[in-house]
Design a protein around this ligand. Structure first.
Ligand code: DAH
Length: 349
């Protein structure tokens, strides 16, 4: 039995030393220490050894096992080191790496940044007001009488959970004009003289989804209030924006229109970027409609607690997606593609 154990030890050690890789080392391990490995089977035989010798043989068997295990560990370390350095030899560290794809801001976000910068340059202050707001700020304070059909016209999303006797229902704001009276309230608080130059950019929501409308879209709303503010300031601001955003070759015009919260009210047009006003397939008569504008209605100033005899103002509200498309001269067949996150589309910008 002693000889057998010594034989096993020697055989195991020479196999271990000869192992060329981790796989053959594992095989050797199984061959000697596995469930039916040579040493495992020999150890089982110890019960057959006469009692007086059993202890001695037991100790020997244990030593053999420890020696084999240690040798296995040592060789394993050496072989895995070898494997690692072989791998490094194969890697050419001077090879240029794989560049991860670099994204960019969404084109609506890019447009918002550009619009903000243009207005900041002439002193407008960017503000944000709730996108879930009272009916009061979205409609009533803007001179919409109760039960005015405009609440339907605007195709508003109403939040049904609660209705306040004074503020009315809760809505997802259908336009950024809802920030006007909130801004007046803010400007009034603790100040003697009113001076407002607000730019409110926000998400707006309407029940609409077709090729030229998405249920969520963005508007930017300008509001200027001070002493002696007139239509001249409105037209000047409009010209400045059109020139800065669309380019010097684009012109703007205002047309009489009706909005509940401005008097007089206008619709604003910009010459088409494709034909520059001559008339083409995209614009038909040379002009594209930008959005609404007007002189703030005295009732709206009143709702904001501002004396309409002392102060006047103008406002405008235009769509971000709209100006974006008008700038690019984009003929997007379906506006909803802006929000479908299709990289084939987004990568082009
Ligand atoms: N809120 C209007 C809309 O969504 C646009 C608008 C019209 C805004 C006239 C204004 C304005 O500030 O003066 O259709």
């Amino acid at each position: 039995m002693e000889e057998e154990l010594i034989g096993i030890k020697n055989a195991a050690l020479s196999f271990i030393l000869e192992a060329k890789d981790l796989e053959s080392l594992e095989e050797t391990k199984l061959q000697f220490l596995g469930r039916s490995g040579k040493l495992t089977l020999a150890i089982k035989e110890i019960t057959k050894v006469p009692v007086e010798k059993r202890k001695e043989i037991g100790i020997l068997a244990n030593e053999v096992k420890n020696t084999i295990e240690e040798a296995l560990k040592r060789q394993e370390k050496i072989l895995s080191q070898k494997k690692k350095s072989a791998l490094f030899e194969k890697i050419d560290v001077t090879n240029p790496g794989i560049k991860p794809p670099l994204g960019h801001l969404h084109l609506v976000t890019q447009a918002i940044e550009e619009i903000s910068e243009i207005f900041e340059r002439i002193g407008f202050e960017r503000v944000r007001y709730p996108e879930v707001d009272w009916d009061y700020y979205a409609f009533s304070a803007l001179n919409f009488p109760q039960n005015h059909p405009a609440r339907d016209e605007w195709e508003t999303f109403f939040v049904k959970s609660y209705e306040d006797p004074k503020m009315g229902k809760i809505v997802l704001i259908p336009h950024t004009s809802s920030g006007q009276v909130r801004e007046m309230e803010r400007a009034k608080a603790g100040q003697k003289e009113i001076s407002i130059k607000m730019l409110n950019i926000a998400k707006c929501y309407r029940r609409q989804s077709d090729v030229s409308h998405t249920p969520m879209f963005h508007q930017f709303e300008g509001l200027v209030i001070g002493k002696d503010i007139s239509i001249v300031h409105l037209k000047g601001t409009l010209d400045y924006f059109v020139e800065s955003y669309f380019g010097k070759d684009r012109k703007s015009r205002i047309r009489p229109y009706h909005f509940q919260f401005t008097e007089p009210s206008f619709e604003v047009d910009v010459t088409c970027g494709v034909c520059l006003g001559k008339g083409c397939k995209l614009c038909k008569a040379g002009w594209l409609e930008l959005g609404g504008a007007g002189m703030v209605h005295p009732n709206v100033l009143k709702a904001g607690g501002i004396d309409s005899k002392k102060y006047t103002g103008f406002a405008f509200g235009w769509g971000v997606e709209r100006v974006l498309m008008m700038k690019q001269g984009l003929e997007i067949d379906d506006l909803r593609i802006l929000y479908s996150n299709d990289l084939r589309f987004l990568k082009q910008f």
